[in-house]
Design a protein around this ligand. Structure first.
Ligand code: UD1
Length: 383
């Protein structure tokens, strides 16, 4: 069975890696990595392949950046050609980026002719068929359609034949949307597999030394959502809050390319660099970044994955968003929503020892890839 794993942007690499490694051990399948090229900088892509032990992608679509329609359209056009040539049996898309919906849509409309053996007639027949589409991390909803990722999630889940979910709330969202329960399979959180796969090597990094900091004495910031970084006034307000807070606790801020561009345009980057206690740096590779998270006092973020990783590790997380598609990290984990107005008070609460209850959600155990492999075997076995 030929399986395509679609990799596109930074958060995808941690989701395909454990599955690629698990599938590679099986003799009934050939997993192939297709990189759309949505993220292309060394520190946004190659460094992650290296840390996660992934080989060079088998196929690279080289699409790069663009508007939403340009990026989505170009991935569709490029991937359709690959589908027609390579004829995979199963296409696995992960997460919620533009390439996820683009490849799901191209796959669900493709039809290629292939020969099949008709055992009764003992003849070769030509049959039209298309690969199955499977979505890993299905069913998450922020119920906020101003987020491009929410549109990508809704459309991908409407198209997928197999929906692998991380938690019960995701199953419920899908069923509310009319998805047949037969298509929904709860497998757990695949990001935790990557974390567990590399836990010992992450622990060895001591990345905080680069900043002259000690474990437990600093916070980590990540910020890249258009709603936080594309509007000049919003970005300015957030940066001023960070500069005030860094007097109370040192803050390490690996800066995403989208954010860097906007900070430079608004002449905010130099102010951040001058601010004592603030450490703006280039994006870090997976192991060094995770080492900073393992050892931080708190994280301030608008990323999806970091909400999950901090919940799993029991580290306080402040999510700079009005909503989250991962409510389990608030209900069960260490996550709280915040905004530029209340961020400082929430940081002070954490520093003064206010504790958020925390429990690790069910099936976030580092064994999700194994459950996905079993699920593929079961769902694609001849009837
Ligand atoms: C994308 C995803 C988002 C995910 C994020 C993680 C969508 C709609 N968004 O957002 O869900 O959380 O990735 O990073 O798919 N750029 C570079 N180098 C790169 C990649 C991007 O300089 O390697 C620049 C581009 O020129 C572009 C900007 O960063 O201007 C944004 O990149 P893009 O892939 O469009 O979206 P992200 O904001 O990264």
């Amino acid at each position: 069975m030929l399986i395509h794993l679609i990799a596109a942007a930074r958060p995808n690499f941690m989701k395909i890696a454990p599955l690629f490694h698990a599938l590679k051990k099986e003799d009934w399948t050939t997993p192939v990595i297709v990189h759309t090229g949505q993220h292309y900088d060394l520190n946004m892509s190659d460094a992650f392949f290296e840390d996660l032990g992934l080989p060079e992608p088998d196929l690279h679509l080289g699409v790069g950046s663009g508007t939403h329609a340009e990026q989505t359209g170009q991935v569709m056009i490029a991937y359709e050609k690959v589908l027609l040539e390579k004829k995979p049996d199963l296409v696995i898309v992960v997460g919620d980026v533009n390439s996820t919906v683009a490849c799901a849509l191209a796959t669900s409309k493709i039809a290629y002719l292939c020969s099949t053996q008709n055992p009764e007639l003992r003849t070769q027949n030509l049959q039209r068929r298309r690969p199955l589409v499977a979505h890993l991390e299905a069913g998450l909803r922020s119920f906020d359609r101003t987020m491009p990722e929410e549109i990508n999630r809704l459309l991908t889940d409407a198209l997928a034949d197999i929906l692998w979910t991380p938690s019960r709330d995701a199953d419920e969202n899908l069923m509310r949307e009319g998805v047949s329960p037969k298509k929904i399979h709860r497998v757990g959180n695949i990001m935790i597999d990557s974390l567990e796969m590399l836990r010992e090597r992450i622990k060895d990094q001591a990345a905080y030394n680069d900043f002259g900091l000690e474990p437990g004495d600093y916070g980590v910031i990540t910020l890249h959502r258009p709603s936080n970084v594309d509007d000049q006034e919003v970005l300015k307000q957030i940066c001023h809050t960070f500069m005030r807070m860094s007097r109370k606790i040192p803050l390490i801020f690996p800066i995403h390319p989208r954010t860097r561009k906007n900070l430079e345009q608004n002449r905010l980057l130099s102010s951040l660099k001058r601010s004592p206690g603030l450490h703006p740096v280039e994006p870090l590779n997976y192991m060094r970044f995770m080492n900073l998270i393992f050892n931080c006092r708190l994280a301030i973020t608008d990323s999806g994955g970091i909400q999950e990783e901090t919940t799993y590790l029991g580290i306080p997380c402040l999510t700079m968003r009005p909503n989250t598609e991962r409510p389990i990290t608030i209900r069960q984990g260490t996550n709280q929503l915040c905004n530029p107005e209340n961020l400082e008070a929430k940081v002070e609460g954490i520093l003064s020892g206010e504790i958020t209850q925390s429990a690790i959600p069910e099936l976030w155990d580092g064994k999700t890839a194994t459950r996905v492999v079993k699920s593929i075997r079961k769902l694609t076995a001849p009837q």
